[in-house]
Design a protein around this ligand. Structure first.
Ligand code: PGA
Length: 253
């Protein structure tokens, strides 16, 4: 039985004040939800020490939105997985479509980030998903398989024993256009089938989150699908009522 995971992705948002308010509320909601689910927030790197303090002693976990492939050195502006680990991070998102798009990160580069995060004790959250035109051309699985294969080639299928996958159709991110539960379930199922072709036990165990305009209203039906193990939540993780309600939805599964 896979544990549902509800993860927020704040992107480039927040202030010292909102971090305190949001983390305080989410830590309380995570404690209330108990051990039935996992709850985490991935914040801008600069806020991680504040998140660490505000989440201390609670069940709320946290992580980074990205991480570099190196652990130290002359890489101006980057943050390393060892640094995130030192501040208590559990997760590192890698390969978010905003990084693949705006920062031209290739599948192979994302795989290196995945490896670096995992080698240094973080759980990588690998984001995969197709653009609107790729969706219309029915290329969803070609894109997802290529993004997964780059990681399998570099790290091996067993690496997914300690990783999370987030299927995020790019056309649904921040647009208000959530994939229907049927579309999302179908893709999640095919992702699991693809992983099964390498290792059935790993495929069965790995949490596959849905992301893309997932909110308090859409979460119940999405999370009710057999291959959807929770959500990667952008906009709604910046609102106390919405994210708390998503946590409660997952806790009822
Ligand atoms: P959204 O973002 O929930 O605002 O669509 C999700 C994500 O990009 O992780």
């Amino acid at each position: 039985m896979r544990k549902p995971l509800v993860m927020g992705n704040w992107k480039l948002n927040g202030t010292k004040q909102t971090v305190k308010e949001l983390i305080g509320a989410f830590a309380e909601a995570a404690n209330k939800a108990g051990d039935k689910i996992e709850v985490a927030i991935c914040s801008p790197a600069v806020f991680i020490p504040l998140v660490e303090g505000a989440a201390a002693g609670s069940k709320l976990q946290y992580g980074s939105e990205d991480c570099d492939i190196h652990t130290q050195g002359a890489y101006t502006g980057e943050n390393s997985p060892t640094q995130f680990k030192e501040f208590g991070c559990k997760y590192a998102i890698v390969g978010h479509s905003e990084r693949r798009g705006y920062h031209k990160e290739s599948n192979e580069y994302v795989a290196q980030k995945f490896k670096s995060a995992q080698d240094n004790g973080l759980i990588p959250v690998l984001c995969i998903g197709e653009s609107e035109s790729e969706f219309e051309q029915k290329k969803t699985m070609d894109i997802c398989k290529a993004e997964l294969k780059a990681v399998i080639d570099l790290c091996g299928i067993a690496a997914f024993e300690k990783a999370v996958i987030a299927y995020e159709p790019i056309w649904a991110i921040g647009t208000g256009k959530t994939a229907t539960p049927e579309i999302a379930q179908d893709v999640h199922h095919q992702i699991r089938e693809y992983l099964k072709s390498f290792d059935a036990a790993v495929a069965d165990k790995v949490q596959i989150l849905y992301g893309g305009s997932c909110n308090a209203k859409t979460a119940p039906e999405l999370f009710g699908q057999p291959d959807i193990d929770g959500g990667l939540i952008g906009g709604a993780s910046l609102k106390v009522a919405d994210f708390t309600s998503i946590i409660e939805t997952a806790a009822k599964l």
